[in-house]
Design a protein around this ligand. Structure first.
Ligand SMILES: *Cc1c(COP(=O)(O)O)cnc(C)c1O
Length: 453
């Protein structure tokens, strides 16, 4: 006969959250009730749901912090804001107020920067798609043109001849940094000598000012060492230019790509624990840069085009529970009012998702679905959350990068984007769309205007 269990009188004990007790560890989630001091509930009342919320304070702090980390290690540092990461005017302006230049990868982004008041010489023009019109404008406005391929190089020489102007150029270099698959589709290859050939071609042209070297080795890089390799190779090229042609470059641009604190799908440990710190990235890069020259005068400026790592944690998406239901398997599912149309990155990130109100202690696994009538609209396959009911709010965090540039107008309209200002006020920085915004571009041929059903 099995031993009889000892009788325990039922008692009520208070358990501390986060501590192991006789029921195991309690999966209590601390709700996210406010953003920079503004109640989440108020934001939804005022601006509707869903709503993207950007924190001005966080953006400024992140950039100031990064500048400090790099400048304490290397004397000449310049950040350039990667427009495609988030090109809302209000966002770009915060970066420009903090001293960042603009890094653009299309004629559209170039124009956006110019319209905001950034002059050509503070624009870095990257990317494989620069039209003749774009290049002409960039040459005239003295933008820093980072050449992507030989066809572009020859086009620029041709345009400079025609315009009788000199262009300020750098080349983008791709290389083996120990990260695979290699990012070799952009720029000129280092290992096979293509980059050096392109540089020689530029040096002998009297139409081109070679002012820098550029690389952007990948995105969401989880190792700082790849940057050490990249910086080392660019420094070698710069030294060769100096030795053979007596060319002193203005800058070396290490691009962007530092991982943000978002956890990738399939990654077991949370990103906070595995992603290198800004200090580690800075150490890797600046230690190689310091090899270049011994006096600050001879040192090229270090340019950084960091995108996601500077802004991801400054962005939130508040969303409302539309319904909760059980799948046929018995699994809990939650339908929210924001889908993959707004959260493009949920295809590869496990975003932080927190309730915005006090909720039950009991948690349960659930799948979170967006509102789209489409099977792929899954915001999270599996997440442990406390009980939620219709109209409860959730806050999705680390959505400052790439969401409001990669979102799509599909099935429904895009919501307000607001910014919590440093003084605690809240401003709309992009109005929610209305049907008229979308159909304005459409044309209905005359013969299709009438029908009878
Ligand atoms: C996208 C991009 C960046 C920014 O990349 P992050 O991964 O967001 O830091 C910087 N430079 C170039 C050329 C880019 O294409």
């Amino acid at each position: 006969m099995a031993d009889k269990k000892i009788y325990e009188k039922p008692i009520i004990t208070k358990h501390q959250s986060g501590m192991i007790n006789k029921f195991g560890s309690s999966p209590i989630t601390t709700p996210k009730t406010e953003i920079d001091g503004v109640p989440v509930k108020d934001l939804v009342e005022q601006f509707g749901s869903p709503v993207f919320v950007m924190s001005e304070k966080q953006i400024r702090n992140n950039l100031k912090n990064a500048v400090r980390i790099f400048k304490t290690r290397y004397p000449k540092v310049q950040f350039a804001w990667s427009y495609k990461t988030n090109y809302l005017n209000a966002i770009c302006s915060v970066y420009h107020q903090e001293g960042s230049w603009a890094e653009v990868v299309s004629g559209f982004e170039y124009e956006k920067a110019r319209n905001l008041g950034v002059d050509g010489k503070h624009i870095i023009f990257n990317g494989p798609d620069k039209s003749e019109e774009d290049l002409t404008r960039a040459i005239k406005e003295k933008a820093k043109i980072h050449i992507d391929h030989a066809d572009e190089l020859y086009k620029i020489i041709e345009l400079c001849d025609k315009l009788n102007l000199k262009a300020d150029v750098a080349i983008r270099v791709n290389m083996d940094t120990g990260i695979y698959p290699k990012w070799d589709r952009f720029g000129f290859n280092y290992e096979n000598g293509e980059a050096w050939q392109a540089l020689k071609r530029i040096v002998i042209s009297d139409k081109l000012n070679l002012i820098g070297l550029h690389t952007h080795i990948g995105t969401y890089m989880m190792t700082a060492d790849a940057y050490r390799v990249a910086a080392n190779k660019l420094v070698k090229l710069a030294k060769n230019l100096n030795d053979q042609f007596d060319i002193k470059l203005d800058y070396i641009d290490l691009g962007g790509g530092f991982a943000s604190k978002n956890t990738l799908i399939g990654q077991y440990l949370p990103a906070e624990e595995v992603v290198p710190t800004m200090e580690q990235f800075a150490d890797a890069i600046t230690s190689e840069m310091l090899e270049f020259a011994s006096t600050p005068d001879e040192m090229p400026t270090l340019i950084l085009e960091t995108g996601r790592a500077l802004i991801d944690d400054a962005g939130y998406l508040i969303t409302k529970v539309l319904a909760t239901k059980r799948l046929s398997t018995g699994k809990r599912s939650i339908v929210i009012d924001a889908g993959v149309n707004l959260l493009f990155t949920s295809f590869w990130y496990k975003h932080k998702i927190l309730p915005a109100q006090q909720s039950s202690v009991q948690s349960e696994n659930a799948t979170i679905y967006g509102p789209l009538c489409m099977n792929i609209d899954v915001i999270r396959d599996d997440i442990t959350l406390p009980a939620l009911k219709k109209d409860d709010l959730l806050v999705i965090h680390y959505v400052g990068a790439y969401e409001v540039t990669q979102w799509m107008q599909f099935i429904t309209l895009r919501p307000n984007v607001v910014m919590v200002m440093e003084d605690g006020s809240v401003e709309i920085i992009r109005d929610k769309e209305v049907v008229e915004d979308i159909v304005r571009k459409e044309r209905l041929p005359e013969k299709l205007k009438k029908f009878k059903l």
